[in-house]
Structures are given as structure tokens and as C-alpha cells.
Design a protein around this ligand. Structure first.
Ligand SMILES: [Mn+2]
Length: 324
């Protein structure tokens, strides 16, 4: 990681203005790591902004809304004023995502040509090309983990509120320190706690609205068990978000006897998505590969074009029938 941070610092030294942008429907990992990075950049004497596609906080989930309201040391930037801030010495840092079509405001790529990408997701074929620096490590628990290490490397103290948001972000990405959690993940949690991360405030941030809970509860209620130990859910709503599929798959893994889970949903008119999770004994990566996707043993996904949700469900059950 030392080499990455040297390179990152070296690239950043060429620029004066840094625009930080994460993915659409940001969560606390995306927004927390953006805020942490912004504080590091301020310490470096750089001007930095976090780009959001709208000033309307209601567009974001309740946790992110709270985070946006509580932090006053970070500057935000919106499409209306974006072009005024961009010059020769501007670089864009894309965090927690690496595909153009999934970023908070894709139009920015027409305005900025210097780009850095830092992510912890499984690399997809449609990654952002022609970058100054591209780093992806899918063994890392969260984006917060990488940014915390960078703060340590730079000797920067993060504020109490930002460390709290970051710790909450890590908790979300690891599903309560269960998934993708290593010794390093706990080291980072300890580091953020030493920066003053407050556990009561963290709990407040992680609260969700009753509507969000009920929507998910409806999905869970409609889930079923296949082959004794596989949890499956077919989301009945059109235009599901990938994040939602992941959340449902993760949630189903909490139930007794369940070894692997699959959440299937219509992402858009032509695409059906599947998000898969496993406790480790069933290799969901093999299953998703057989459907044209990929990932890790415990965490994988696929997207299927021009098939109905029902057809995808049937194909998945056939593949599982052969593998198990
Ligand atoms: Mn993340």
C-alpha cells in the first residue's frame, strides 16, 4: 500500500483543485471516505470539493442526509457551479466505483480529463480508462479502509464527526464486521476510534427510515428456500437498484440453515441482475460465472440481458441443481 500512497501523493502534487466523486445512491462508505479524503487534501493545502448531482438532500438515503447535514468542514459542489471550478490544475478522484455509468454525475467526464480511480469492488469490463492512476483492490473491506490508511500514511487527524461517519460506512460495507472482515479491518476500526469516532452518533447515523425498513422487509417476506440451504428472493419491483439486490442477499444470509443467497431483480428495461452471497462452503462465484458474471467465492453477481426475471430465476435454479 506504501507504493500506492507514494504514487497517489506524487500525482496529487501536480494539481491544486481536487474534485471527489463517488457512486450514485451513495452510502456511508462512499460519502464517509469522500469526506475523509477531503480532510486529508485540506491538510495537504489543496482545494477540494465533493461533487453531488443535486442540492436536494432528500434524494439521498436518511443516513447520508444526516452525514451531509452534520459535516461543515467539507465543501460540496453541484452541477450548476461545476464548470467554474474546473481548470488546468483540476483532477477528479473517483472513489468506491470504477464504471463511468455508475458515478454520481457522469457528465463530469466531458469537463475533466485528469482522473484518478480508487475502488474496492470487483473489477468490471466497463472500467474508466485513460486515468492518471487506477487502483482497485477487491480484498479490501471498504473504501473507508483505504482512505483511513492514507490518513495514517499522511499523518492527518480526521475530525470526530468524519471518523464516525467513516466507521459507520465500514460497518455497512462489512455488514456489521462480518463480510470481508480481516485483521486489517479491525485495525482501521481502532484507528477511527482513536480519532474520536463516537459509537452513539454512529448508531444514530445507521438508523434507517421506517419506509426503507418496510420495503426491505417486504422483499425478505417474499423470499423462499431452495434446496434446503439456499435463500432466494425475486424482487417484485421494476427498476431495482444493484445496492438493493446486494442488501437483500446479505440480509438473507442471516437466517438459520442458509449457506448461500441469491437476490434477483429487474435493473432496467433490458437487464436483470442477480446478487449472490455465501458463507463460504458454496462457491457463488462459480454459479455467477455460469450465468455470465463473476466475483469471489462469497460475493458475486451477474447481469443478464433480454431475459425476464422468471427466466433468470429458472436458469439459476437449473445451474444450482447441477452444481449441488
Ligand atoms: Mn464501498
Amino acid at each position: 500500500m506504501e507504493t500506492l500512497f507514494q504514487k497517489l501523493t506524487e500525482v496529487l502534487s501536480k494539481y491544486q483543485t481536487i474534485i471527489i466523486m463517488s457512486h450514485q445512491n451513495p452510502d456511508l462508505d462512499a460519502i464517509g471516505s469522500s469526506m475523509g479524503l477531503s480532510q486529508i487534501l485540506t491538510e495537504m493545502g489543496k482545494k477540494s470539493y465533493i461533487l453531488l448531482h443535486t442540492k436536494d438532500k432528500k434524494e439521498y438515503n436518511s443516513s447520508v442526509q444526516q452525514a451531509l447535514e452534520k459535516v461543515h468542514t467539507v465543501e460540496f459542489l453541484y452541477p450548476e457551479t461545476l464548470s467554474k471550478k474546473i481548470g488546468e490544475d483540476t483532477v477528479l478522484i473517483v472513489l468506491d466505483v470504477h464504471q463511468k455509468e455508475r458515478v454520481e454525475y457522469p457528465e463530469i467526464f466531458d469537463l475533466v480529463s485528469n482522473v484518478i480511480v480508487l475502488d474496492h469492488h470487483i473489477k468490471s469490463n466497463s472500467y474508466i480508462k485513460d486515468t492518471e492512476l487506477f487502483y482497485i483492490d477487491s480484498t479490501m473491506s471498504s473504501m473507508v479502509e483505504l482512505i483511513s490508511h492514507y490518513a495514517k500514511y499522511c499523518g492527518v487527524n480526521l475530525s470526530v464527526i468524519v471518523s464516525t461517519i467513516m466507521l459507520a460506512g465500514m460497518e455497512i460495507d462489512t455488514n456489521g464486521f462480518n463480510l470481508k472482515t480481516t485483521e486489517k479491518t479491525f485495525e482501521v476500526a481502532a484507528f477511527l476510534t482513536s480519532m474520536g469516532a463516537d459509537s452513539v452518533l454512529k448508531q444514530t447515523l445507521l438508523k434507517e427510515s421506517k419506509d426503507e425498513f418496510l420495503r426491505r422487509a417486504d422483499f425478505i417476506k417474499s423470499s423462499f428456500v431452495f434446496h434446503k440451504n439456499i435463500g432466494m428472493c425475486v424482487l417484485p419491483t421494476p427498476n431495482c437498484k444493484k445496492e438493493e439486490l446486494a442488501e437483500v442477499a446479505e440480509e438473507l444470509l442471516n437466517f438459520e440453515y442458509i449457506e448461500a443467497t441469491f437476490a434477483i431483480g429487474q435493473l432496467n428495461e433490458n437487464t436483470v441482475g442477480v446478487s449472490a452471497r455465501s458463507m463460504g462452503d458454496i462457491n457463488v462465484c462459480d454459479v455467477m460465472k455460469a450465468m455470465g458474471g463473476g466475483g469471489h467465492i462469497t460475493n458475486a453477481a451477474c447481469e443478464v440481458q433480454d431475459k425476464t426475471v422468471k427466466e433468470v430465476e429458472r436458469k439459476l435454479k437449473n445451474i444450482l441443481g447441477e452444481l449441488l
